[in-house]
Every structure is written in structure tokens, then in C-alpha cells.
Design a protein around this ligand. Sequence first.
Ligand SMILES: Nc1ncnc2c1ncn2[C@@H]1O[C@H](COP(=O)(O)OP(=O)(O)OP(=O)(O)O)[C@@H](O)[C@H]1O
Length: 271
Amino acid sequence: MVSIDVWNASVDFPIFDAKSRSLKKLALGKVGGKIGSEGRVPIIEALHDINISLGHGARVGLVGHNGAGKSTLLRLLAGIYEPTRGSSRIIGKVAPVFDLGVGMDPEISGYENIMIRGLFLGMTRKEMEKRVDDIAEFTELGDYLSMPLRTYSTGMRVRLALGVVTSINPEILLLDEGIGAVDAAFMAKARDRLKDLVGRSGLLVFANHSDESLLEFCDTAIWMDEGRVKMHGDLREVLTAYKGHDPFEYLSEETRERLAKSKVANGNGGE
Ligand SMILES: Nc1ncnc2c1ncn2[C@@H]1O[C@H](COP(=O)(O)OP(=O)(O)OP(=O)(O)O)[C@@H](O)[C@H]1O
């Protein structure tokens, strides 16, 4: 059984090369974590006193303004950042999908990149060998898969990366919003694979600005504000409080129907 627990955790970033003049300007800004002024080295308090307990089947959306702490929280939940104060415990193998391009080498072929990216996400070579044909078909890249990655367009790279990411078997899946930033036509094709991926994962945390994506994949949400958890609860309630309106008001009839169907197909919590 997978789980993530975080107790009274804070994450600070000391900034050793900050300029004091630009710091004054920053103090007037509206985004980002608080900048501490004690001592000689300025410290950005990216996360402050976080308490979170997530168990098997959790499907959590992560929302908040720019600089609110979503990416830092995902890295804390992944075990990439240690808390500066407080503690955390992660039980399960984490697949952090923060940047589709990470782990890709421009000088080797698409096929080789499929293997490397899969290993990077915690799969074994054998597991990837079994999946490579299916991934190749999904990407529709044909002979390009034998060419070096540097010859690919941005969209072609995204196809390859999405093909690999959606083929893994994650115990804990942490998704940053970049994954939603692919073109609409390919996203429609990738949606079913993404849904299956989420269904296979024991625990999901998904940072995203799109109501539609959050409603599709999550049932609860955490609202981050200035490095703190402002609200944690039912997805629709959190989105309503965060956005100031019920997210369902702005969905098309077609989207509502699709969401209703996918919730039934996925069951509740993906157990
Ligand atoms: N490596 C770092 N070094 C210094 N400060 C950082 C670092 N990473 C994040 N921060 C600071 O931590 C705060 C939270 O940033 P974070 O990237 O977690 O926000 P976010 O909610 O993901 O924002 P966005 O929606 O803009 O991506 C910000 O004030 C940011 O300046």
C-alpha cells in the first residue's frame, strides 16, 4: 500500500547571490513565497508548515497561483526535496513526471530514448522492451524513431515523451502541469492512455490549471497559497472556493457527459 505523509514541513531556499536593491522591488510583488529578511542571506519560504496525509487511491489536484508552492510541494512529495523543518514519509515508488523532456538525449534515436526515459521513470529494461512496439505505434513517428531526437520537432518530442510516460506502472504518480500543454488533437488521443495510467497508479497528485483536466482525473484537491495549504478537500468545493465559481458552470454539455462516463468507468478512487 502506498502513502505519503508530511508533518509540519517547511522548505526554504537560501539565496546567496540576491541583490539588495532588487529585493526591495520583490517585496512589493504579489506572487511567490515569502522572502525572509532575517540574517544576511535572504531566504524564500517556498513551503510553510505543511501537513498532508495521502493514502492508496488518493486522486489529488493541486491548484494555486504562480509561485504558490505547487511545484515545490510536488518535489517534496517525491522525496526530491527534504523538508528544511518538519518531516515526511513516502511509502511506494515515485514516478515524477515534471518535465516531459527530462531524461531525453538529443543525440540518440527515438527508440533508444524510449528505453532511457522508461528506466528514468522506474521501469526495468525488460518491462520497457515489452512496451516499445506499443509506444512506437502510439506516437505515429514511424521511421523517425530510428533517427536522432535532435531531428524531431517539438510536437514530435512530446508524442514520444507522452508515449513513454503513459506506458509506465507507477505506484505514486506525480504530474506537473506541463503534461497538459500538448496540442489538442494529440491530447484527445492521449487522454484514454492518461486515464488508464491514472487508473493503474496507486496514488496521484496532479498540478494543473485546467478545471477540465482536474475534474477528469481527480476527486479531491489541495489549494496552495503563499506556501501554505489554504484548503484541502472535495475537488469541486476547493475549485469553487479558489476560482470563485462552480467549475461545472463553465463546462460544455459534451465535457460534462464525458466526465460523468469516465468517473463511472474509473470507479471511485481507482482501487
Ligand atoms: N530552486 C529554487 N530556488 C529558489 N526559490 C525557489 C526555487 N524553486 C521555487 N522557488 C520559490 O518558491 C516559491 C514557490 O515556487 P513554486 O515553483 O513551487 O510555485 P508554483 O506554485 O509551482 O508556481 P507556478 O504556477 O508559477 O509554476 C516561489 O516564491 C519561487 O520563487
